[in-house]
Unconditional design. Sequence first.
Length: 329
Amino acid sequence: MKKVGWSSILVATLVLVLGVAAEAQQPKKVPRVGYLATISLSIIPARIEAFRQGLRELGYVEGKSIVIEWRSAEGKPARVPGLATELVRLKVDIIVTAGSPATRAAKEATNTIPIVMTNEGDPVGTGFVASLARPGGNITGLSTLAPELGGKRLEILKEVVPKASRVAVIGNSTNPDYAQVLKEIELAAGALKVKLQYLDVLDPKDIETAFRAAAKGRADAVLVLNSPVLHSYQTQVVDLAVKSRLPAMYDRPEFVKEAGGLMNYGVSINDLDRRAATYVDKILKGRTPADLPVEQPMRFEFIVNLKAAKQIGLTIPPNVLVRGDKVIR
């Protein structure tokens, strides 16, 4: 048997030690997350900050322990599929979607990269997940219960304008949950004895046309539904509502907080974005979207803007005002 000299043992040991040291020095792969939105990110700064805050609370440092690829279609839905494809080409680890058009585009772009919804109205009805408890595919996240909230918004609008007999409903018929939202609103309208006027906004040029139609149809108030186009032009929407002297209920808080609109009742979208970070964390640690239940809203808020009410000569009933989570004076 050939003897192994001390020099050979020392060389072998040195090679092993250097190999372990080199392996220890190998930098860990920094996860990349794509954030896909239809509307401009400049319109939703609070939501973006909430998502970042959620990541910070979980120990992530943007640019160091996690990289976020921000993508926005700037209010042009036709651009969303291309941006989703771009994120897939970048081989991001997860795609976070801000709204139905973004979720649909991401779903069509990949069936392998995990997708986290931040605020999907009806994820089962739109076919994004098999069920809330067991999503079953590569998509999970958070729901806003949009269909159910449509009827509640109309109820509050009727409380604020008791004499309202006609309400203009301004929305986008191409939105995945549009039909279900209208169904809930129609049920509420029947109980409240309110006639509805449907006005479709598919393009920015349709916004002014819709408000002219509302005035011509003698609408007493306006219910503004979820729509990337309407969100992207929220200042114009609010200004036209004031110009038409129409009390308006909006589906997103930005219409009231940022653009000066009258009222918003709904889910705390900022809270959903913050909670979306927990899904990102779980997936990066090995969980699969198929096994992560879709969460429903935990926080709701009712915002009233008395400045906007004064602009159109409207008095908010005290019994409604006391229910406001935030009152802008």
